[in-house]
Design a protein around this ligand. Structure first.
Ligand SMILES: [Ca+2]
Ligand SMILES: [Ca+2]
Length: 326
């Protein structure tokens, strides 16, 4: 099912039909493994500095495990109405090669995942924003946070959140989880559906931020000061909040429609646009630059620090895009 390829094999992958499902992805413009197609029909090809590897199965997010020096990709697999609990974690190395196709813990059982979205690693724990339900129109999706021991795969906990679906998560040093709700699904995407939840290590859930300046909040990360940074899918906003939810800084990406966010130790932010396919670098002085373009289905980005590469799951394009940094 998996195979390893280089950029030279993209055309072959496209011909094999791997790319065809991009248009069906929620909120994503049409695309292929070679570029992104805007609503007006114009195509932006993937920049030359981006390498694409068709090694995932409908992955929304990834996270870097520095001990294994591996990217952990959260594969959603099929929609819950078609197949239940088929989500899985795969390990991918810095060359885009699948090292472990399906992670199983020491017990030999794979972590239970249904439709995993955001992911984070903190304190030796893998946190995943998963969803229950969604098997039919009468069975709405329900958010659930699942925690696994990163070394052994053992279950460490589970917290249900009163939300139809969380998107991305960030975890503070003390184990507090911050999670975005981008919308309430479909056309239910008004300001009262834009939320950041806070979940304490004891499992107490509260809404920390709601409404503007959030605008379909998607990617979320902790910065080096312990603040929470959120990127909006609904506009170009890159918003920094204190852990108490007070807005402390507003920046903008070079493109609207953000999904993923990576923050470097020096404060440099990388933001990728699901809607337009580019990657913005925001320097600590606020200067912005587009460092890559044309990545279709560009979802929740992570950073392979061991090889200094941004890694972007491409959703229903079933691929990872690698962007080497200088
Ligand atoms: Ca699934
Ligand atoms: Ca996301």
């Amino acid at each position: 099912m998996y195979r390893v390829t280089t950029t030279l094999s993209i055309a072959a992958a496209f011909a094999a039909g791997i790319a065809g499902a991009a248009a069906a992805q929620e909120d994503a413009p049409a695309g292929s493994l070679t570029g992104i197609v805007a609503e007006d029909g114009t195509t932006t090809p993937i920049s030359d500095n981006v390498k694409v590897f068709p090694v995932t199965e409908n992955a929304e997010s990834c996270v870097y495990d520095p001990d294994r020096e591996m990217i952990l990709a959260m594969n959603r697999g099929a929609a819950p109405k078609d197949k239940l609990n088929d989500g899985f974690v795969s390990f991918v190395d810095q060359a885009g090669t699948v090292a472990t196709e399906r992670w199983t813990g020491e017990s030999g059982e794979a972590p239970l995942l249904n439709q995993p979205y955001g992911s984070a690693i903190a304190g030796g724990t893998l946190y995943v924003a998963d969803r229950n339900g969604g098997t039919s129109k009468s069975d709405p999706t329900r958010a659930v946070l699942r925690m696994y021991d990163l070394a052994t795969g053992a279950v460490k906990g589970e917290v249900e959140v009163d939300s139809p679906g969380l998107n991305d998560i960030a975890v503070a040093a003390d184990g507090t989880i911050f999670a975005t709700q981008t919308s309430a699904g479909g056309k239910k995407n008004g300001p009262d559906t834009w939320k950041v939840f806070r979940v304490t290590p004891a499992g107490e859930v509260s809404v920390l931020i709601e409404g503007e300046p959030l605008n379909q909040p998607n990617g979320i990360e902790m910065d080096g000061d312990g603040n929470i940074v959120v990127v909006n899918l609904g506009d170009a906003g890159v918003l920094t909040f204190s852990p108490e939810g007070e807005l402390v800084k507003t920046e903008e990406a070079a493109q609207p429609g953000s999904d993923g966010l990576v923050i470097m130790p020096d404060g440099t932010k990388y933001v990728n646009s699901l809607r337009q396919g580019g990657v913005t670098r925001i320097a600590p002085d606020g200067t912005t630059e587009l460092i890559a373009k044309g990545i279709p289905g560009s979802a929740s980005m992570c950073f392979h620090s061991g090889s200094n590469q941004l890694v972007i799951p491409m959703g229903q394009n079933n691929a990872l895009a690698f962007v080497p940094l200088d």
